[in-house]
Ligand binder design. Structure first.
Ligand SMILES: [Zn+2]
Length: 387
C-alpha cells in the first residue's frame, strides 16, 4: 500500500495522490444539494412575497389572535417556519441518502428524523424569540430599532456561542472527557505551552452518526474547550492527534474566536441597516405599502438577510481560510515538524472523502478551509525553509 506520508525534505518531488472519481462525484453532489437547498428556500420566500401570500398568512393570524399582537406574530411566524421546513425536507432526505450511498453515514433513518425534529424545534424557538424582539423594537423605536436590534442580536449570538458546548451540542452528540491518560497529558502540556485557558479536552462521539472525522475549538470563556471526534482518535496516532490539537490551539493563540465576533459585529450592523432600508421601502415606496410594524414584511427581511449572506460567503470563506493558514503555521512551529500534520491531513481527506485538489473557483466559493493539497504543500514549503 502506498504510504500517505509526504516527504517533507523534498517538496514538489512527490506528486500528491489524485482525487478519486468517487470523491469528485460526492463533493459535486454535496455542492449541488447546497445550492439547490438555497434556491428552493429563496424561491419559496420569493413566491410568498410575489403572490402576496404573506398578507393572507397575516390576515389569518390576526383573525385567530384578535388584538393580541404577540400571539398573531407567533402564529404568522409559525406558518412561515413550518412551510420553509416542509419544502426543505425532500432535499434534506436526499442528502441523508447521499451520505449513506458514499458509506459516510451509519445513522438510522429514525435517529436522523429525530435529529431533524430537534434541530427544527431549536431553530423554531430561536427564530420566534428573534422575531418577537425585532417587531417589539420596531413598534417601540420606529427610527432606531435596527441599532438596538443589532446590539441585542450580537448579545444573543455571544450568549449562544457561550452555551453551545454545554447546552446546544449535547442535544445532538455525546461528549466525554478524553479517556487516554497518556494522550491527555501530552495535549494538556501542549495547551499550557500555548498559554491557552482551555477548559479540558473532550472526545466527541461522532461515530454514532458519521464516519467523518472532525476537531474543533468550542465555546467562549468558561466553556472554552477542545473537542476531538472519536473517529479522528481512532484513525490517527498520538503524533497526528497532537498536530490536530496544535492547529486548534493556533486558533486560540491567534484569538480567532474574538476576531470572529468583531467581524460578525460589523457585518451584522450593515445587515440591520439594510433591513431598515428594506422595510422603509416596503412601507413608503413599494405599492404593497406594508407598514413598518406590519409583520407581513418579514419575508422581505429574510430575503435581504439571505442575499447579504450569499454575497458575503466568498469573503467570509477567504477570511476563514486565512485564519486556518495561520493556525496551520502555529501547529508546525509548535510541533517542530510537519510530518504528523501532513499525514493527519491525508488521513482526514480519505476519511471525509474530501477533495484534495478542488478547482480554484470551487475553493473560493465554497471552502472555509484551504484544500488538503494546498495545506500539505504549504507545510512542506515551510519545512524546507526551516531546515
Ligand atoms: Zn481550523
Amino acid at each position: 500500500m502506498e504510504t500517505m506520508i509526504p516527504q517533507p525534505g523534498f517538496p514538489g518531488q512527490r506528486s500528491m495522490p489524485a482525487d478519486s472519481a468517487e470523491s469528485r462525484r460526492y463533493n459535486r453532489l454535496v455542492r449541488s444539494i447546497g445550492v439547490a437547498d438555497l434556491a428552493v428556500g429563496l424561491g419559496l420566500i420569493g413566491v410568498i412575497l410575489a403572490a402576496d401570500w404573506t398578507s393572507d398568512f397575516r390576515n389569518f393570524a390576526v383573525r385567530i389572535a384578535g388584538d393580541n399582537h404577540v400571539i398573531a406574530l407567533f402564529l404568522y411566524t409559525s406558518i412561515l417556519l413550518l412551510l420553509i421546513r416542509v419544502v426543505g425536507i425532500p432535499l434534506d432526505y436526499y442528502s441523508f441518502l447521499v451520505e449513506h450511498r458514499y458509506h459516510l453515514s451509519n445513522q438510522r433513518l429514525r435517529l436522523w428524523a429525530w435529529d431533524q425534529t430537534k434541530g427544527f424545534a431549536l431553530s423554531f424557538l430561536i427564530s420566534q424569540l428573534l422575531v418577537q424582539i425585532v417587531y417589539f423594537l420596531i413598534r417601540l423605536q420606529p427610527q432606531w430599532w435596527w441599532v438596538t436590534g443589532w446590539a441585542l442580536f450580537m448579545l444573543l449570538s455571544v450568549l449562544l456561542a457561550h452555551i453551545a458546548p454545554v447546552v446546544l451540542f449535547p442535544l445532538f452528540y455525546h461528549f466525554h472527557a478524553l479517556a487516554d491518560q497518556d494522550l491527555t497529558e501530552r495535549l494538556t502540556r501542549l495547551s499550557e505551552k500555548a498559554g491557552a485557558n482551555v477548559r479540558g479536552v473532550y472526545e466527541w462521539m461522532l461515530s454514532e452518526k458519521t464516519r467523518k472525522a472532525n476537531a474543533a475549538l468550542m465555546g467562549l470563556g468558561r466553556t472554552r474547550r477542545i473537542v476531538l471526534s472519536d473517529t479522528l482518535l481512532a484513525a490517527c496516532d498520538h503524533d497526528e492527534i497532537e498536530s490536530v490539537l496544535a492547529h486548534e490551539l493556533g486558533h486560540h493563540v491567534h484569538k480567532h474566536m474574538l476576531k470572529g465576533v468583531v467581524v460578525q459585529c460589523v457585518i451584522t450592523f450593515f445587515g440591520f441597516w439594510c433591513l431598515k432600508l428594506a422595510i422603509r421601502w416596503a412601507a413608503f415606496d413599494w405599492n404593497r405599502h406594508y407598514d413598518q410594524i406590519d409583520f407581513a414584511n418579514l419575508p422581505l427581511m429574510i430575503l435581504v438577510s439571505a442575499a447579504i449572506s450569499v454575497v458575503l460567503l466568498p469573503v467570509m470563506n477567504a477570511y476563514s481560510r486565512f485564519n486556518e493558514r495561520q493556525a496551520d503555521v502555529y501547529a508546525w512551529e509548535s510541533m517542530g515538524s510537519v510530518v504528523p500534520f501532513c499525514s493527519a491531513m491525508e488521513k482526514l481527506a480519505v476519511q471525509n472523502l474530501s477533495e484534495r485538489e478542488p478547482s480554484r473557483i470551487v475553493e473560493i466559493l465554497f471552502h472555509s478551509h484551504p484544500a488538503t493539497g494546498r495545506r500539505v504543500r504549504a507545510a512542506m514549503a515551510w519545512a524546507e525553509s526551516h531546515r
